[in-house]
Write a protein that binds this ligand. Structure first.
Ligand SMILES: NC(=O)c1ccc[n+]([C@@H]2O[C@H](COP(=O)([O-])OP(=O)(O)OC[C@H]3O[C@@H](n4cnc5c(N)ncnc54)[C@H](O)[C@@H]3O)[C@@H](O)[C@H]2O)c1
Length: 349
């Protein structure tokens, strides 16, 4: 079973590779990753000597290099995690790289899969952000039938990739499945994302900045639950279908912040509310009944326990944090963006 994983050196991809290699003795994985700022081979240090794992550095937007990898490896299955993933960057730094990777990259993968009839399945890993925003006071959830309404450049480029997948299945019969998952947490997440970002702020004795009133709600899922859902889609998902994946665990950002403060025995004066992000979606909620009923998947991790384990992981892995700091120069480019939003005067870096 040869699986081509693109973008496997990032947060979810590296957890997925480890999960599959441990579970399937006959799985061989080739990880093709450009190693952008969020790609980190330290995420896969423990399996780099595994004979069933190989890494090739390359960009999904580079068609020739990608085609070579498809020709050499001859995968049975393909799963794409490669993406520009940070909403703030898509707003403040610019959307060009998002378009190159999240749209052109997906186009190149679809073309390669179209030209290789031995490939049984391609899973395109996408996000619930393509559906836009729900009201705080509504009880609606995103289903697979919800119309796309992306509000920020990141989400628009992910939606573009997803629509190409739909068209390639419809027009050419490419065996592609698209997934829309909610916010993940767990080990190896690049610390520009909320949970590791807040943990690291605490470790540095710095205040926790929250956008707006902190009431924006996300449906949090443990990364290994996302990995098992993707496993179901890769092996049993029906070509041309879309599956929504959620943790059934809606929490406001301020609740996440308070949970982290409790862990560090600090009170709420450590929270600083800063000017809201433009286009900030209010609430995401996922109806994952389709994948549960059709593929028999369900999340198994308990939030309280998995959240505590996640915090402990960051506390127990200072070398990993140092490695990220060294690789990206300034520890967290995000901070500069927060500064643009004003306030945080006591948080100079
Ligand atoms: N993190 C979440 O909460 C979440 C939720 C739902 C969906 N997703 C989706 O899951 C996927 C993985 O997200 P993540 O959080 O692991 O992201 P990440 O930023 O941690 O990792 C992205 C990986 O893609 C690689 N990459 C970027 N551009 C590339 C290119 N042009 N060619 C090859 N490799 C490239 C990076 O080097 C990195 O290893 C993304 O498609 C994202 O949209 C993430």
């Amino acid at each position: 079973m040869k699986i081509l994983v693109t973008g496997g050196a990032g947060f979810i991809g590296s957890n997925f590779i480890r999960y599959i290699l441990n579970k399937y003795n006959d799985a061989q994985i080739l990880n093709y990753d450009a190693l952008t700022y969020s790609g980190n081979l330290e995420n896969l240090k423990d399996i780099k000597e595994n004979g069933r794992y190989k890494f090739v550095q390359g960009n999904v937007a580079d068609k020739n290099s990608l085609d070579e990898v498809f020709a050499d490896f001859q995968p049975d299955l393909v799963i794409n995690f490669a993406a520009e993933t940070h909403v703030d960057r898509s707003i403040h730094v610019g959307a060009k790289e998002f378009i190159d990777t999240n749209i052109t990259g997906v186009f190149n993968i679809l073309e390669a899969v179209k030209n290789d009839s031995n490939i049984k399945k391609y899973v395109q890993v996408s996000t619930d952000e393509v559906y836009g925003s729900l009201d705080l006071d509504s009880e609606n959830e995103f289903s697979e039938e919800t119309s796309f309404a992306p509000n920020v450049p990141y989400a628009a480029t992910k939606a573009g990739g997803d629509l190409l997948c739909r068209a390639y299945n419809h027009t050419f019969g490419v065996p592609v499945v698209v997934t829309h998952c909610s916010n993940n947490y767990g080990p190896y997440q690049y610390p520009e994302k909320l949970i590791p970002f807040l943990i690291l702020r605490m470790l540095e004795d710095k205040k926790i900045p929250l956008y707006g009133d902190g009431e924006n709600v996300r449906d949090w899922i443990y990364v290994l639950d996302h990995c098992s859902a993707l496993e179901s889609c890769l092996f049993n998902g029906k070509s041309g279908e879309v599956y929504n994946i959620g943790g059934d665990n809606e929490l406001a950002n301020v609740e996440i912040a308070k949970r982290i403060l409790r862990y560090f025995n600090r009170d709420e004066s450590w929270i600083e509310y800063v000017k809201d992000r433009p286009g900030h979606d209010r609430r995401y909620a996922i109806d994952s009944s389709k994948i549960q009923q059709e593929l028999g998947w369900k999340p198994k991790y308990n939030f309280e326990q998995a959240f505590d384990e996640t915090v402990k992981w960051y506390l127990n892995n200072p070398e990993w944090i140092d490695g990220v700091r060294k690789k990206t120069g300034v520890f967290n480019p995000h901070i500069d963006l927060w500064k643009e939003h004003k306030s945080l005067d006591d948080n100079k870096v």
